[in-house]
Design a protein around this ligand. Structure first.
Ligand code: FAD
Ligand code: SF4
Length: 504
């Protein structure tokens, strides 16, 4: 059973082998794996539990109910970067685009060769990738549900000799309705709320939604439990308290929150909060002669990795008109004209393997304070990626292309693509800065000097305290991160189980 605010009549005291905080890609996997091995598990989630029966899939109500800060989370810097986060059972997987990539081999090579994390070979991780992919049914979807944006990009890519392929997705019976980022009302998306969390419950885990962990209980360098608040979802105010006594705690609040939570609990390691990577991205829209109806089909259908060596990947990105129209750089009549052509709009995106860096600072419970600075190399790469997408759209027959760069928001011909490539840009020139993959803020390392946690996810400062979310990923990945986070969380859960020993 997943308990929610209506089930709470007063303060709660719990006792378990393991308390897991956060039910997203990291926390849900850790909770299920440990419960399945027979350990008693309590899983705490700050957000609510939304099911097919209780939510509409409508963008704005989903943003209010399932997104942190209604979708208004940003890193400070020039430019400020929008980073959407889920706050619900399933975490950000509930509102993500269901694209699945394993950690690229060259990235694992960097972890081993440059960071000394020798364990992370393909051979070691392969069984974890397989296990995770089986649990969430990773497969290629047919072109019919990938939508017209994917087909248009494929047409342009074919004409330019580029390789456009369907992405792999975690979905079963997806009908391509296109509202993936606002929760899948069909339950087709195999996010944590419909896979790992129910499985954890089946194996005896006790799950508490509307329950925000406030700080760790640490005594003599050893974890003893967690103090939490049971939050009234109507008011956002603490109604009751909860205490969990536990032999081990796994923190999985996500890369923008875990560092602040650890700092508030007294941890001091200097890597906590540093090394934030986000995969900055930019959307490119095209006005096509043909009818596109881009809202039909999974929102992220296909990809092109021909520019991977440069640090650029191109992927689908269509979203609901209520979001996309608001992002167009026009007002008045030009906006009206564009809005009336909405059925002819196609969208695709460029995302980069970033070297820029940010930081997460200590904030109050539920708050986020972070910075991120896109560097010169990364903004040049992003511009290149945008130009590549524009070139592909023109090859596919686009009439006009809209970019996220202030100096050239509209490209009218392939010649303009060359002008964009020649343009010198600065980070602040990107007027629609966005990212979806915060990583690295409690990175794994071989010592407290290089990491916040060791290669098993355990804190260097507090015994039996583990971290298992995007924050332990030690570098930028250059691809969507959920499979990496889930595989690492499974590895960490196994190490926690080793530490606890055979359950009674
Ligand atoms: C729009 C969008 C599309 C995306 N698409 C893809 C994609 O297609 N493929 C992909 O690989 N990745 C995608 N991602 C990213 C991916 O979903 C995340 O990287 C991943 O879910 C992060 O996992 P996590 O465990 O680190 O954190 P999360 O999944 O964010 O989970 C953290 C959970 O912890 C909870 N929490 C936080 N603080 C507390 C507290 N104090 N007490 C209790 N609970 C707390 C949060 O509410 C949240 O539910 C996308 C992200 C977004 C926003
Ligand atoms: S396209 Fe529709 S059915 Fe398919 S995963 Fe997305 S929301 Fe679910």
């Amino acid at each position: 059973m997943i308990r929610q605010f209506g089930d709470y009549g007063g303060d709660i005291a719990e006792k378990a082998d393991v308390c897991v905080i956060g039910s997203g890609a990291g926390g849900a996997v850790a909770a299920k794996e440990l419960a399945q091995k027979g350990h008693s598990v309590v899983l705490l989630e700050e957000g609510g539990h939304h099911t097919r029966e209780t939510w509409s899939g409508k963008p704005f109500s989903a943003m209010v109910e399932m997104f942190r800060n209604g979708g208004g989370t940003f890193t400070l810097g020039i430019p400020a970067v929008s980073i959407t986060l889920g706050r619900c059972i399933g975490g950000t997987t509930t509102i993500n685009s269901l694209t699945c990539f394993r950690t690229p081999s060259r990235v694992l090579g960097t972890w081993r060769d440059e960071l000394g994390l020798a364990r992370f070979t393909e051979e070691y991780l392969d069984p974890y990738f397989q296990r995770v992919e089986n649990e969430i049914h990773v497969a290629e979807l047919p072109w019919e549900v990938l939508g017209n944006c994917a087909k248009i990009i494929k047409r342009g890519a074919d004409r330019l000799g580029l390789n456009c392929r369907p992405l792999k997705h975690n979905a079963v019976n997806c009908r391509g309705c296109g509202t993936c980022q606002f929760g899948c009302i069909d339950g087709a998306k195999q996010s944590m709320d419909v896979t790992y969390v129910p499985e954890a419950v089946k194996h005896g885990a006790r799950v508490y939604a509307h329950c925000r962990a406030d700080r760790l209980i640490v005594r003599s360098g050893r974890i003893e439990g967690v103090r939490a608040s049971l939050i009234d979802p109507e008011t956002g105010v603490r109604a009751h308290t909860m205490t969990v006594e536990a032999r081990a705690v796994i923190v999985a609040c996500g890369s923008l929150i875990t560092p602040s939570f650890l700092k508030r609990s007294g941890l001091k390691n200097k890597n906590i909060g540093r090394n934030l990577r986000i995969h900055p991205g930019a959307r490119v829209c095209a006005i096509m002669k043909e009818k596109v109806e881009g809202w039909k089909g999974v929102s992220q259908g296909a990809y092109i990795d021909d520019f991977e060596n440069e640090g650029i990947i191109l992927e689908g990105i269509f979203v609901h008109p209520s979001i996309l129209l608001g992002a167009f750089p026009f007002i008045g009549l030009p906006f009206k004209e564009l809005a009336s052509q909405y059925a002819h709009v196609a969208a695709f995106a460029a995302m980069i393997h970033d070297t820029g860096e940010g930081r997460v600072y200590r904030s109050g419970p539920g708050g986020i304070l972070s910075t991120y600075f896109i560097n010169r190399r990364d903004i040049e790469l992003l511009k290149k990626g945008v130009a590549y997408v524009a070139k592909i759209f023109f090859a596919a027959g686009a009439v006009r292309v809209l970019t996220a760069f202030r100096q050239m928001p509209v490209l009218d011909s392939p010649d303009d693509v060359q002008r964009l490539l020649d343009l010198k840009v600065r980070p602040g020139d990107n007027h629609e800065a966005m990212a979806f993959h915060p990583l690295g803020t409690c990175r794994m390392g071989v010592s407290p000097k290089s990491g916040a946690v060791d290669a098993n996810g355990e804190s260097f400062e507090v015994k039996n305290l583990f971290v298992a979310d995007g924050s332990v990923v030690p570098t930028s990945l250059g691809v969507n991160p959920q499979i990496t986070i889930m595989a690492l969380a499974n590895h960490i859960a196994d190490r926690v189980s080793d530490r606890l020993g055979r359950p009674a």
